[in-house]
Design a protein. Structure first.
Length: 263
């Protein structure tokens, strides 16, 4: 009996030592996970070209396609708060979608946000909304805080809309980020002479650093940026042709790197 037990232990130990991480599934877009109130865990992704939120079961089979009702001329920027109970009391799924577009003639960004049903129809449209958070405002009370911007005027207008939510949403179903979002884009891209790196710092951040690194990971330059402007002009004619990456950093927070091509 003792010999059999010892053999079993050695077999299990050998199996554990030989186990390794394996690829489960590859998705074409950035993918996250949510725990819905009654449907349980689901994967979801944002397909920007198709203007869709795609939701998958945990076995990676497609569960639902939701058209994000993107306004004409806009692009999807973010999808969050996928939930069955946060925004209404029916049996369907709702989610919050944020959009942006760049006004090239007047050089400023425009933003919009919609809370949409799973059939793509809008429950609420929030003009100018970029950052959205659900905050606890009482023991059993949650509200949606929507931070809005209008850069078509100078000085720019900034305001906050606060929305009551029906009932008490299940917090597990809400994709609440710990750090504020940063909008970061460069255009034209590729570029050969000059380009504009447009950014919006979070509401509570006054200053940050924008890093430019080459494709080998070596820092080329860094720039101090602040909340008093929304862009940085770069003369890339002095850089060698190739692929570069840029990101913004403040405190212990760093954005995802984005690609820049110099011709």
């Amino acid at each position: 009996m003792k010999t059999t037990t010892i053999s079993s232990i050695f077999f299990l130990l050998s199996f554990a030592l030989n186990a390794q991480v394996t690829l489960d599934k590859k998705y074409d877009y950035s993918t996250s996970v949510v725990k819905l109130e009654t449907l349980g865990y689901k994967y979801f992704l944002m397909d920007v070209p198709a203007g869709q939120c795609r939701i998958y079961n945990t076995d990676h089979s497609l569960f639902k396609n939701i058209g994000c009702n993107v306004p004409s001329g806009f692009y999807l920027y973010d999808i969050k708060f996928i939930s069955e109970k946060a925004f209404d009391t029916d049996a369907g799924i709702e989610l919050l979608c944020t959009y942006y577009k760049y006004n090239l003639s007047k050089a400023y960004y425009e933003y919009d946000t919609k809370i949409i049903n799973e059939d793509g129809s809008a429950l609420v449209t929030i003009d100018g909304s970029l950052y959205n958070y659900i905050n606890k405002t009482g023991e059993t009370e949650y509200k949606l805080f929507s931070y809005c911007y209008d850069y078509s005027v100078s000085p720019e207008k900034v305001w906050t809309n606060i929305y009551s939510l029906p009932g008490t949403p299940t917090v597990n179903a809400l994709t609440i980020k710990n750090e504020p979002d940063i909008l970061l884009n460069a255009f034209p891209n590729p570029a050969s002479q000059s380009l504009k790196v447009a950014y919006i710092l979070p509401e509570n951040i006054n200053q940050a650093t924008l890093h430019l690194i080459d494709n080998s990971g070596k820092q080329v330059e860094h720039f101090v940026v602040d909340s008093h402007t929304d862009h940085l002009m770069l003369d890339v004619s002095r850089y060698q042709s190739g692929v570069y990456h840029y990101f913004i950093e403040y405190g212990k927070t760093r954005t995802e790197s984005k690609k820049l091509i110099v011709k």
